[in-house]
Ligand binder design. Sequence first.
Ligand SMILES: [Zn+2]
Length: 215
Amino acid sequence: MPRPRIVKETRRPVEEREPPRASTLKPHEWLSEESLTEYNEVVDSGGIFDIYLSSVAERKIKAHAVNEAPNRLEVMGFMLGEVRRWKGRIYSLVRDIVTTHLKSSSSKVRFDPEAFPNLFHGLDDSGFDYILVGWYHSHPGHTCFLSRTDLETQRSIFDQPYHSALVIDPITRDIKTFKLSETGYEEVAFAVYEPEVGSKAKAKRSRKLKVKPSS
Ligand SMILES: [Zn+2]
């Protein structure tokens, strides 16, 4: 099995950088009342979320889950991004996702060993220097939690403090993020952020604007 580029994560230093600005954040529209309360507490206290999910990744995850929902099929993929530190706290940014066609049923989706090369190939193709910050999968119609198998997956593959598991239920419209804890796992708060246009992209755009006829 080919080694993925994600092994870089162990060598890559954690960047000290401020999380996305509050003005770019929003709660996911499918948050439960309880999760929304958690979200608001973090925002109101000026705190740092465990996970910042880009609107790009959010749309892809939702579309993936929703597309297979009529067949009650679970979907699964990796979350790619960056790990950063701010004010002594580690947080992760999910910039994009990668997935592949998976054999799944309505009640279980596994990291099928046969699917790994495809997923890793997808990572190589992504052309990003991102690291693996977690995984997502759907529970169509049976709410968001980590099953025993999910927990085993988390413990064996996603055992770093910044690794998270996102579970989405496209039928009941629920979404939650989890991390390992002393007792098993716990829900952590996440925010959806709208990526700000980078300086490079801005420069490109303004150059384009300049060549536009001014009539
Ligand atoms: Zn599950």
